[in-house]
Design a protein around this ligand. Structure first.
Ligand SMILES: O=C(O)CCC(=O)C(=O)O
Ligand SMILES: [Fe+2]
Length: 315
């Protein structure tokens, strides 16, 4: 891939015509010089899509011009927006409010894995920020899989896991950062889906670990065995080398590939500080394991949330 080196020494990739600055070897890039909106040309949108496939999470600064409508119109260029959430429907029509008054997502997760049609991507825009802290970290689940020793790859490939929206069974009241009303709405319809632990990415053909905090258990294993294996694989996902951390400024937009990442919102600002971001999510397909077996629904119907995208699958 052709590249230039700037005076600052950072590598700028030029193959897509976009100014893409890598933030780490395994995950993350910042894209400069793009004004996001519904009027972007097709080549730029294709470049953004390619950067997302390559870097897993991409960041744009200085998008203060974007409103919720502009964010939505841009989302429509990149894919098919879902409704805001399968159960959280009271916070908006076009977008999901990520608001510290409702809760703090300080747990490693891939979004909405309790349904069969796992979203392909999300677009997150900073609206109100605390005066310190409140950054977000993403981890590459492709890098996590790739860095596993061969026997653990084979083990992960042989497993399926059940994901539900009644998560964090062991959470104590003191640790529970979710507002009670919000939790009630989150859990108002029960969803449970069985996914392969190793998913084949539909666009890149890469293998990725599909886990995160909505996992309840591995199929065929005891609760104790499930917990032990979950920790083993999650530790690989969250190794710092597999992550990138973003310190938000107002006007920033992050886009992540939800089929290749987990994320964690760092709860290091005080309760008096308000933090709000606006999320618009893009529909995805039903995950497929390396044996070609798809995810299966155990409970709940997510049709109203999102049409299951059927993309031509990578070889
Ligand atoms: O608050 C954040 O930075 C991220 C929250 C989150 O988990 C999400 O937007 O999906
Ligand atoms: Fe999330």
């Amino acid at each position: 891939m052709p590249s230039d080196t700037t005076a600052a020494g950072t590598t700028v990739e030029t193959s897509s015509g976009l100014d893409v600055v890598k933030l780490g070897a395994r995950i993350g890039a910042q894209i400069n010089g793009v004004r996001l909106g519904g009027d972007l040309d097709a080549a730029t949108v294709a470049g953004i899509r390619a950067a997302l496939n390559e870097h897993r999470v991409i960041f744009f600064r200085d998008q203060q011009h974007l409103s919720e409508d502009g964010q939505y119109e841009f989302a429509e260029l990149l894919g098919h927006p879902t409704t805001p959430h399968p159960t959280l429907t009271s916070t908006g029509v076009k977008s999901l409010a990520i608001d510290s008054r409702h809760g703090r997502s300080n747990v490693w997760h891939t979004d909405v894995t309790f349904v069969d049609r796992v979203p392909s991507a999300s677009i997150l825009r900073a609206v109100t920020l605390p005066s310190y802290g409140g950054s977000t970290t993403w981890a590459s689940t492709v890098a996590a899989y790739d860095s596993l020793p061969e026997p653990l790859k084979r083990l992960a490939e042989s497993l399926r896991a059940r994901h539900t929206n009644r998560y964090d069974y062991a959470v104590t009241a003191a640790e529970d950062h979710l507002d009670q009303e919000y939790r009630r709405e989150f859990e108002s319809t029960y969803f449970e889906t069985e996914h392969p632990v190793v998913e084949v990415h539909p666009e890149t053909g890469e293998r990725a670990l599909l886990l995160g905090s909505f996992v309840k258990e591995f199929v065929g294993l005891s609760a104790t065995e499930s917990r032990a294996l979950f920790q083993l694989f999650q530790q690989r996902v969250t190794r710092l080398e597999n992550t990138t951390r973003w310190n938000w400024s107002l006007g920033d937009v992050a886009i992540w590939d939800n089929r290749a990442t987990q994320h964690y919102a760092i709860d290091d600002y005080d309760g008096s500080e308000h933090r709000k971001l606006t999320r618009i999510t893009l529909a995805g397909g039903i995950p497929v394991g390396i044996d070609g077996a798809s995810s299966t629904v155990i409970a709940g119907d997510a049709q109203d949330y999102s049409a299951a995208e059927s993309l031509p699958r990578a070889a």
